[in-house]
Design a binder for this molecule. Structure first.
Ligand code: GLU
Length: 494
């Protein structure tokens, strides 16, 4: 089949909550397919379920997507030739379109009261039948229906499903899928208040907005035959359908909001970079032609294709995201990195007992750049640079089988040496001269460097002593080594 002339894809979120990873993947795939086929990407807000609407959801969605670099060509914020782009502003359009289906009897008015429907459901439950509308109103004549309307009876409009046979649909990733018509419910297209359901509004809008490819989550597969039947009822040309695979967690379960960690905003707050999130999400159901795993958004806009997509569930692997985030952090210029991590250090800077110069800050951050996986980790990782003296147990200073006395002596040797040290205070210089000092003393390297590192950081794990000393400078380095000797003195009571 040849590609449709105009390529137009849409993101059709309901403003019922904040963007989660699943929505982001849907947004990204739609955007990338549109761009890779030189098409347009449209934002349509599906707000027909007013009860579930969350204030601020659309703004927050646009903020996050803009931050990620996913932009639209048309939408409520941009306008366009196919508007309005908010479904509740299109109610007259749906009213006009449903009339066509009423006229050709592909839809019918249903006047059943809620009480009758409840009774019907209870009866079905008792008889262990699948819950579905019993088509009570399906054969009302137009005159009967009009009489009821005149009498003020309220009604919904239902889709008249075929009573038997097979409905065959085609998904670009799964091929042909067959549904038994008898399993399909005469479901509601227009609610009693005149507002359409998702099923009706999305088909009407996709058609009128000339959407060429419908990308949406696999959870919409059960709606697929109903949608196709609507297209057929209208006599409209079908778009291509691409149902994106489920995203599972590593244990094979569904990603759940309750486990936290599904909202894109949360990832942003923790310090994940947009580049990493994009790169990561691109692989949730797509693979490039080679083993290349690092992709920029621009590269993806060129490389992305339906051919690279699959239908089997994608696995959300946080380690992979951390790996990618670490990669993008390492690629950043020190200046950019400082700008990005500064907000995570605001409190540490404000409460430090000494002035934190930009130069000092840049050095601290550069020291962590290699290791950092998530920007927010910087706060904990560098806390010891912002205090006068870290608190730690005296025992932590003692290396393996060494003892407190020897540790104290070695620290004193280091302190005496560094007090008169006149070389450049750089990591390299400190390393070669201190190693020489240790060799001259005939000591064990670990017996000097372990306590030195702990004295400077107060931590069991941290960057090495020379790197840290280089950042701290001579004065603070000496102060901390002397502080460590004091701690050992206090411990031994001497
Ligand atoms: N409004 C639907 C949702 O937010 C959109 C599904 C679709 O893309 O068709 O899940």
């Amino acid at each position: 089949m040849s590609e449709p002339e105009k390529v137009r894809l849409r993101l059709a979120p309901s403003p019922t909550g904040f963007l989660h990873i699943g929505n982001l993947r849907t947004a990204l795939f739609g955007y990338l397919l549109a761009k890779s086929m030189h098409g347009e990407f449209i934002l349509r807000i599906e707000d027909t379920d007013e009860k579930r609407e969350v204030e601020g959801a659309v703004d927050s969605l646009l903020n996050v997507l803009t931050w990620l670099g996913i932009n639209f060509d048309e939408g409520p914020h941009l306008g366009g030739d196919y508007g309005p782009y908010i479904q509740t502003r299109r109610l007259d359009i749906y009213q006009k379109e449903i009339q066509t289906l009423l006229d050709n009897r592909k839809a019918y008015r249903c006047f059943c009261t809620p009480e009758r429907l409840t009774e019907m459901r209870e009866e079905q439950q008792k008889n262990k039948q699948a819950p579905r509308y019993d088509r009570h109103c399906r054969n009302l004549s137009e005159d009967e229906a009009q009489a009821k309307i005149k009498a003020g009876e309220s009604f919904v409009i239902r889709q008249a499903m075929p009573l038997d046979g097979v409905v065959e649909v085609y998904d670009e990733l799964r091929g042909a899928i067959k549904f038994q018509a008898e399993d399909l419910d005469d479901h509601v297209l227009i609610k009693a208040n005149g507002v359409p359901t998702y099923q009706f509004a999305s088909v009407v809008d996709d058609h009128l907005m000339e959407i060429s490819h419908v990308t949406r989550g696999e959870e919409w597969l059960p709606s697929f035959p109903k949608n196709i039947l609507l297209y057929q009822a209208f006599g409209w040309i079908l778009p291509k359908f691409i149902h994106l695979p489920l995203i599972l967690n590593k244990t094979g379960g569904k990603l759940s909001k309750r486990q936290g960690d599904v909202f894109v905003e949360d990832y942003k707050t923790k310090g994940y970079l947009s580049e990493a999130l994009i790169n990561f999400c691109a692989f949730l159901g797509w693979h490039g032609k080679t083993d290349q795993e690092i992709f920029s958004l621009e590269e993806l806009e060129k490389e992305f294709s339906i051919a690279g997509m699959g239908a089997s569930p994608a696995v959300f692997d946080l380690e992979k995201l951390n790996y990618l985030n670490g990669y993008y952090i390492r690629q950043m210029s020190p200046e950019n990195l400082v700008d990005l991590v500064k907000p995570y250090l605001t409190e540490a800077i404000a409460t430090a007992p000494f002035n934190i110069s930009d130069e000092y800050l840049t050095k601290i951050i550069s020291l962590e750049q290699e290791r950092l996986k998530v920007l927010g980790e910087i706060t904990q990782a560098t806390a010891y640079f912002f205090v006068d003296q870290s608190e730690y147990e005296a025992q932590l200073l003692v290396w393996k089988k060494s003892d407190a006395e020897k540790t104290k002596t070695n620290l004193q040797t280091l302190a005496d040496y560094l007090a008169v040290y006149s070389g450049d205070w750089t990591k390299e210089n400190l390393e070669s001269s201190i190693k020489q000092l240790i060799a001259d003393q005939g000591g064990q390297v670990g017996d000097y460097l372990w306590p030195m590192r702990v004295a400077l950081t107060g931590r069991q794990f941290s960057p090495g002593p020379f790197e840290v000393a280089a950042v701290l400078g001579k004065e603070i380095t000496l102060k901390r080594i002397k502080g460590a000797i004091n701690i050992l003195n206090l411990e031994s009571g001497s």
